[in-house]
Design a protein around this ligand. Structure first.
Ligand code: ZN
Length: 321
């Protein structure tokens, strides 16, 4: 089996887009501003200004190898990043704009043709090109005007977008890798379980996704975070270190977060995000204690962390996959 599935499309794209992102980000460089005097009262993370990797410490970036950290502890740097991202959100990528326009066109044309056919059947108007074109054009414009945010959101949920910040076990699996080994079993934690931050559920690991929408400015909503954490565990005789497994599990919205609003504000601030800026939708996948999973090791690159899949037949879907 080749790792060609949708799960790894996003990871491969993440890798490919790093260089393009580097040039896009080069106009404003919060990491080059230097430390500002005002610091947050709690510890925040480091964000790579080149590839968007989030880290707890500041060695050379484990993803791109550069040393261009934005120390989010400093208000001045976090605010510079916030201003740049606000500006970037005003300019959605052309590819996405066209996807939304084409989706509006398809929906609008279907509605317009349906209306024209209905009127023709009722004997109100003849089913000619003028009425088809008129109704089709009108319905397309209306669909685009009223539905573009919804269309943009559904495109984002279906996949294809790179989160602006991410933290995953590295190195990422090579695009042409094959499954070199697999084990099916019940992961046994080596220590205490983790608590999934959004749902509050005890687990062996979790993946978080955050979709951000600022009405009137962010169009369409964008993924601003993808983050994976896990504890050390064993499956049969295979040992997996903490934070060394990639989750390929279905990620779902957390409608009623376990976090208080102030905890949510702090969690976002630690990652250079600001609760006041708009709407943050939280998504989560967890590695459940006591459940059976399949672990797969890729043939390349050397040392790539295993990927863990559900065995219940539910395919990973949604979000950025
Ligand atoms: Zn980096």
């Amino acid at each position: 089996m080749v790792w060609g599935g949708a799960t790894f499309d996003a990871i491969a794209r993440l890798k490919r887009e790093q260089s393009a992102l580097a040039s896009k980000r080069s106009s404003i460089r919060p990491h080059a501003l230097g430390a500002s005097p005002k610091k947050e009262s709690f510890d925040c993370m480091f964000l790579c200004d080149v590839c968007g990797y989030l880290s707890d410490t500041d060695p050379p970036c484990p993803s791109c190898g550069r040393q261009a950290w934005i120390d989010l502890d400093y208000w001045g740097l976090a605010e510079a990043l916030r201003a740049r991202e606000e500006e970037e959100r005003r300019h959605p990528p052309d590819r996405l704009k066209w996807q939304i326009r084409l989706a509006s066109l398809a929906a609008g044309a279907a509605i317009g043709v349906g209306c024209a056919a209905g009127l023709a059947l009722a004997g109100v108007a003849a089913l000619g090109w003028p009425s088809l074109l008129g109704l089709g054009g009108g319905a397309t414009a209306l669909t685009h005007r009223l539905g573009r945010r919804r269309i943009g959101r559904s495109l984002m949920l279906r996949g294809g977008a790179r989160p602006t910040r991410w933290h995953m076990p590295l190195p990422l699996v090579a695009e042409d890798a094959v499954v070199a080994a697999r084990v099916v079993g019940q992961p046994q934690p080596r220590g205490a379980l983790l608590t999934a931050p959004f749902s509050g559920r005890p687990c062996l690991g979790y993946e978080l996704g955050v979709l951000f929408d600022a009405p009137g400015d962010a169009w369409p909503p964008i993924w601003v975070l993808r983050e994976m954490r896990s504890c050390a565990f064993d499956v049969h005789d295979r040992h997996v270190e903490a934070d060394a497994v990639t989750l390929a599990l279905p990620i779902t919205p957390v409608a009623l977060p376990f976090m208080t609003e102030s905890a949510r504000q702090r969690f976002l601030r630690q990652r250079g995000l600001f609760l006041l800026d708009g709407r943050f939708d939280l998504f989560e996948a967890i590695l459940e204690p006591g459940a059976v999973y399949e672990l797969q090791w890729a043939s390349a690159p050397q040392g790539a962390p295993p990927v863990i899949h559900a065995t219940s037949g539910i395919l990973p879907r949604g979000a950025y996959r």
